[in-house]
Every structure is written in structure tokens, then in C-alpha cells.
Design a protein around this ligand. Sequence first.
Ligand SMILES: [Fe+2]
Length: 219
Amino acid sequence: MQTFHSASGKKIEVEDVALFSTPIIVTKFNDHEKYEIESFDKVDRRPEFWDSSVNTSFPGMEKDDPYISQETLDEIRNSITEQVKDVFEIYNMPRDIVMYNFWYNAYYEGQGQELHNHLGEDNHNPFWCGVYFAKNCFNSQFKFRRSDYSLRTQQPFDFHQTRLVEYYRDVWPSGIPDGYICLFPPHLLHKVTVGKENRDKMRLSFSFNIHLGVPKSPR
Ligand SMILES: [Fe+2]
């Protein structure tokens, strides 16, 4: 409980409780300094069903990527997997995980990713997902967006100046810097917008989906 005093001097004890919050987990990637990946040219390489221009290796199943060596990709993938296991252990979550999708997204000015989540067809969903912010990932480019609009069913009021403003926000613009990994549950909507800050600087991130144990049908 916090103690406040009303305008008339009355003592008021009060607290608000964040019910049913959504967790994301942010961890500093211990091996970030080990990988110096050279920038490459602006390229539009995306699967048919993605709307925005981006150079992506999704779903990451090719063995001869044209921009980053397989050896480097494998090392980063393994290194992230080991760190995620350690993080899960801290949270008393299972260490028995498999990273079954691992891909990079490279962006320059004007490229990005439309709003999406990581839910699979027919409920073949990951356990958790993540993004490693590797290079030139600037504030507010990566945003999570609320999908539950229950609070919109209240009579509208100007919540911006209230103490409850955080509960009403629709968007969480990430300030997570290069060198960090963000883990999130697969239903959470997110998007990436890249502007002139990346005109000459390639933004690079790695994304992944995690399964519990050995997946029945690797994709
Ligand atoms: Fe994503």
C-alpha cells in the first residue's frame, strides 16, 4: 500500500494491482561482443506472405545463406540457445528446449516488418520466441502492441494524466539496445519500423522460435 494525502488532508492508503500481466524477459547476451557481422547491401528478400520489405533468412532452413556464413549462424544460434536455457532455469522454467526456427532480419531505411505474432497454423505454436538485437537497432523501432482491448469497453476518459496510464497504453515501444535478447510469448503482437536513422547503417536482428523438448515435425 502507498500512503497519500487528499487535498483536504485526509490520509489515504491505496494500491493498484497489475492483474494478468504479460511477461517478456530481457537478458544481456553474454557473447554479443564475439560476433562482428559485416553489413551488406539493401536487399528485399522476404517470403511471399510477408508484406513489408526486409532482407530475411526466414525460416532459416537454407544451408548456404548468401550474406552470413553457416558457421557464424550456427555459433550464434547455439550460443543464444544455451543462454536461453540458463535464463529459463532462473525462472524455474524447463531447460529442455529446442530452437527450431532461427533467422535474421536485415533492414535499411524504409524497410520493416508488419504487425504479426508467432502463432503457428493449427495451433502448432512455439513455447516461447525471441529477438536478439545485434546491430544498429534503435529505440522505438521494435514495438509490442496490445491485442486485448477490454479496457476500451469503459466509458472513454483522458487517462494520459492519470496514475493508471500504463494500463491503458496500446503500444510498448522498445528501448532495448544492441547486445540484448528479448524473450516473449508467441501470441504477443509486434512490428518493426525502420527510418532514416538506418539510411547508411544496416539494422540487424536475429529471431527465433523455441519448442519444448524435441519437436514432432521440425519446420
Ligand atoms: Fe516476429
